[in-house]
Write a protein that binds this ligand. Sequence first.
Ligand SMILES: NC(=O)c1ccc[n+]([C@@H]2O[C@H](COP(=O)([O-])OP(=O)(O)OC[C@H]3O[C@@H](n4cnc5c(N)ncnc54)[C@H](O)[C@@H]3O)[C@@H](O)[C@H]2O)c1
Length: 283
Amino acid sequence: MSAVVADRFGGGVALVTGAGAGLGEAMVEHLAAHGVHVVVTDVDRERATAVASACVAAGGSAEAHHLDVADGDQVDALFAALWARHGDVDLVVSNAGIESGDRVCDMTPAQWRKVMAVNTDGAFHCARSAVPRMADQERPGVLAIVASTGAVTSLPYQSAYVASKHAALALAQCLDLELKAAETPVQVSALLPNWVRTRIFDDVRRAGEPVHADARATFERMAESIQEQGMAPERAAALLLGAVARGEFWCFTDPERTAQLFEERARTLLDLRLPARPGWLTA
Ligand SMILES: NC(=O)c1ccc[n+]([C@@H]2O[C@H](COP(=O)([O-])OP(=O)(O)OC[C@H]3O[C@@H](n4cnc5c(N)ncnc54)[C@H](O)[C@@H]3O)[C@@H](O)[C@H]2O)c1
């Protein structure tokens, strides 16, 4: 059990987007196990309902809602209703995210836009709707934006995902600066998970992507590797939520690997290096 999560958020209310599977589901379970009432939201209503029901069956407190984070009006309507019902919402985790896996020029504009709409616009919609409400409540709230270690890397065949995560991290950093400038007591945290064993690659494959053979081979290898080497989502959730509860801006699942990636990014920029081809690429 994590005393810091219970101390900070126990007895309060937290909302998690994309909480019907993977990391979001694990965060819901972790929060509920630490005495938090969790609002479980997902674009897949059945998944959200199943996760909330499992929490309640395990003795926790949860409610489920359909929410497509790409739709700003839906986000605003649900947040308005939740604040009206609960008074304060202590934590919003903007977690919903989707993968992409193709060469830039093989993607349709609709494929590109969908990834941006969920991964980047979704975080913006949550920030825009939650932060002013959190600023007005008695106990200042926390907005946690799930980016990725992809937010500091460049990878072939994953341009939309990587670009969307660079943007989500930049959004978190700019927002934090603005809130500090205005002395608004809302905490912003940027979550950079590294490699977590979830089903994130499955939806992309179901949609028939990627189309190019090199991209497909790389993607298959990543999908296998995440199952073989990814961290258990429960462990990732505990690490990330512990850091959020401690008031940290930077929250990691694998600090050592993330530090290496930060170093590579810094070296690339400082030495004006060309992006390096990752060693694990199959093609
Ligand atoms: N798994 C990893 O290794 C990893 C690494 C870095 C970052 N992340 C990030 O963690 C977050 C969660 O990913 P995951 O691995 O648990 O994925 P996942 O596919 O297991 O779960 C994502 C959930 O988001 C939901 N979702 C998809 N589109 C949505 C939308 N428009 N609105 C609301 N919900 C939507 C899906 O239905 C699903 O339940 C994502 O932002 C992802 O980019 C994951």
